[in-house]
Design a binder for this molecule. Structure first.
Ligand code: SF4
Length: 87
C-alpha cells in the first residue's frame, strides 16, 4: 500500500513513510508533501485535494509559498549584509 512507501525526508534527514508525511502537521499533512512525493506518486496532489477540505488545503498548502518567500527574503537580506562594505 502506498501509505507504507518510504522516501528520504529533507527536513529530518532520514526515511519517512507517506503515512508520516500525511500527519506531520498534526491533523494536516506536511506543507512540503506535494514537492516531496509527486516524483513517486504523481497523483499525490489529487489525492490530497480529495482528502482535505478546502479550508484544510488552504491552511496546509496556501501558506507554503509565503513561508518560502519569507525564507528567501531572509537569505537575501543576510547575503546583502555580508556583502556591504565595512561589514
Ligand atoms: S513531506 Fe515533509 S515530512 Fe515528508 S519527507 Fe517531505 S519534508 Fe519530510
Amino acid at each position: 500500500m502506498f501509505r507504507q512507501m518510504l522516501i528520504r525526508c529533507p527536513k529530518l534527514g532520514g526515511e519517512v513513510s507517506f503515512a508520516y508525511c500525511e500527519e506531520e502537521g498534526g491533523p494536516l499533512p506536511c506543507a512540503r508533501m506535494i514537492q516531496c512525493w509527486s516524483w513517486r506518486i504523481p497523483a499525490v496532489e489529487r489525492y490530497l485535494r480529495l482528502k482535505l477540505t478546502e479550508e484544510e488545503w488552504e491552511r496546509c498548502f496556501g501558506q507554503a509559498p509565503k513561508e518560502k518567500m519569507a525564507a528567501l527574503v531572509e537569505l537575501i537580506d543576510s547575503a546583502r549584509k555580508r556583502c556591504e562594505p565595512g561589514e
